[in-house]
Design a protein. Structure first.
Length: 212
């Protein structure tokens, strides 16, 4: 599996710990839907930001295991635009940033949100790295940045099954094959193990793994 499957509202509600959490979840989605229906120019400061306050409180109110899914649904229900997504990402914790990354393919059709992906790829937070390499990056991240992201996954221990569309993007990529081979040679020369995923992705490029 590459990314956690998208959860529906009913699926998320069924996973919440109790009726109090479910009531909070329903109210949060109502706030988000109200914001989506209200033109920005007509929004009061409270209405414009109430769903964002809910977004930040999702882990505390719904349980940390459910927070990613709850936050992603809130962003989608609010039809958050690039400005709101950027604000929530920049002001958020790593968990909140991860939810923004999960929501991008549902909300931003073009490459305008790539700065958020690129920021996540500069971190060493493995869960954030994995979220950054979802469907949005698969569609919009350029080849140079994508290759370096794959190498960073190998370096930090993020399993390459988390990289969406890995096989499609790696196919026939000679430059990626060269980078992988060089990386493997450096690891071997330093007496360090070569990540087990490396041979698999090298094979995807069309190159045969070599004994180093």
């Amino acid at each position: 599996m590459t990314q956690p499957p998208s959860r529906t509202r009913d699926d998320v509600a069924a996973r919440l710990p109790d009726d109090t959490a479910r009531a909070w979840f329903d109210g949060a989605l109502a706030d988000a839907a109200c914001a989506a229906r209200t033109p920005p120019a007509a929004s009061s400061p409270y209405l414009a930001h109430s769903w964002e306050l809910r977004f930040a409180a999702a882990g505390r109110c719904c349980g940390h295991d459910n927070a990613d899914a709850v936050r992603t649904l809130l962003l989608i229900e609010a039809r958050a635009g690039l400005e709101a997504l950027t604000r929530v990402y920049q002001q958020g914790t790593a968990d909140e940033r991860r939810a923004v990354l999960h929501a991008l393919p549902h909300l931003v059709p073009g490459p305008e949100a790539l700065p958020l992906v690129e920021d996540a790829l500069r971190t060493n937070d493995t869960r954030l790295l994995a979220a950054a390499l979802g469907p949005y990056a698969a569609r919009h991240l350029d080849a140079h940045a994508w290759r370096h992201a794959v190498l960073k996954c190998l370096f930090t221990g993020v399993g390459l099954d988390r990289v969406v569309d890995l096989a499609r993007r790696a196919r026939g990529d000679g430059e990626l094959a060269r980078m992988l081979t060089d990386y493997a040679a450096e690891r071997t020369a330093a007496g360090r193990p070569v990540p087990h995923d490396l041979d698999r992705v090298l094979t995807l490029t069309g190159e045969k793994p070599k004994e180093l």
